[in-house]
Design a protein around this ligand. Structure first.
Ligand SMILES: [Zn+2]
Length: 324
């Protein structure tokens, strides 16, 4: 009974804190365009992923602070920092519906990094799809991805702000093979990924640590089926924390995939919402120490519609509430 009352009290406090409150230092990017386009009927990368997140946000009053995408924002130069002209033209010509939504996802993440890097907001969450961390320059969709949103954001920030050292944290169940690929030789981007290396796309071997000047800046942590909150938290505490202390990131980007949550149809981990809250807090502690609290979190996978929404909202609430 008292637990229930406490939960209600916390929820009410959150609503009071957030509704029309200009002091909220978090940005949530959310737009009806992400309810468009489906790879095929019944495909798990479903527009309802975003719809469910929107409904959960509305229940707690956070719909009042959602920011829509500026469809006129020019992002082609940013996309070209990662993707080839051939890849971009091929997506545009062969997958026009996906192209429109994928460009809007890039527009969202560029808006988010602009707000955070200019100091207008402390952190941001982008409720976008299609996801991005498997997108290569193959001219087609890879693992439901077309453009690597997080890689584009990192390159864009390095070019447009006095920010060089960027840490990308990827807790999606799948390995962020494209993000690894684009920064494999690059010591200015520390890529940290927890994943199941036996799942798609069969990459993410812990022995792959980067190459040339990038050696030591690529950290792959394989976790087995059944991975619990404590297991993934241990991996972060043991491996991410010391690496971050050494690297001292000036900005942290999160590939927030929630297919590592329990009951995901594409994953086999057992992480709960409470686990994602702990991971979020751990990353926020690092950000507070080194990056002026700057975090931009971008949705990747997560295919249990209810579970994905529940975890995403737990993550967003943590970004908003923690040490405000
Ligand atoms: Zn995934």
């Amino acid at each position: 009974m008292s637990l229930k009352l406490n939960a209600k009290k916390t929820l009410n406090n959150l609503i009071i804190q957030t509704k029309n409150n200009p002091t909220i230092k978090s940005l949530i990017m959310f737009d009806p365009i992400f309810l468009k386009y489906h790879l095929s009927p019944n495909h798990p990368e479903d527009p309802k992923r975003i719809k469910y997140i929107g409904e959960e946000l509305k229940k707690i009053g956070l719909d009042s602070i959602l920011q829509k995408v500026d469809k006129d924002l020019l992002v082609m130069d940013a996309i070209r920092m990662i993707h080839s002209n051939d890849h971009i033209s091929s997506i545009k010509a062969n997958f026009p519906d996906a192209y429109e939504v994928a460009v809007a996802a890039v527009q969202s993440v560029i808006t988010a990094v602009n707000q955070v890097c200019s100091g207008k907001k402390k952190n941001a969450f982008c409720a976008v799809r299609p996801p991005g961390h498997h997108a290569l320059n193959t001219g087609r969709e890879e693992g439901f991805c077309y453009f690597n949103n997080i890689a584009i954001a990192a390159k864009y920030v390095q070019k447009n702000y006095k920010i060089n050292k960027i840490m990308i944290v990827d807790w999606d169940y799948h390995h962020g093979n494209s993000t690894e690929f684009f920064f494999y030789n690059d010591p200015s981007v520390l890529f940290f990924s927890t994943h199941d290396k036996f799942a798609y796309p069969l990459t993410g071997d812990p022995n792959k640590k980067g190459e040339g000047p990038g050696k030591g800046f690529n950290i792959n942590i394989h976790l087995p089926c059944g991975t619990s909150d404590n297991d993934i938290l241990d991996a972060f505490t043991t491996n991410l924390k010391p690496a971050a202390d050494k690297f001292k990131p000036e900005l942290i980007l999160i590939s927030a995939g929630f297919d590592s949550r329990k009951n995901d149809p594409l994953g086999c981990f057992e992480v709960s919402d409470s686990g994602f809250i702990k991971l979020t807090k751990l990353v926020m502690d690092i950000a507070e120490k080194y990056s002026g609290s700057k975090i931009v979190s971008i949705l990747e996978g997560g295919y249990n519609l209810k579970g994905n929404a529940s975890a995403a909202v737990a993550h967003i609430k943590t970004l908003i509430n923690y040490k405000v």
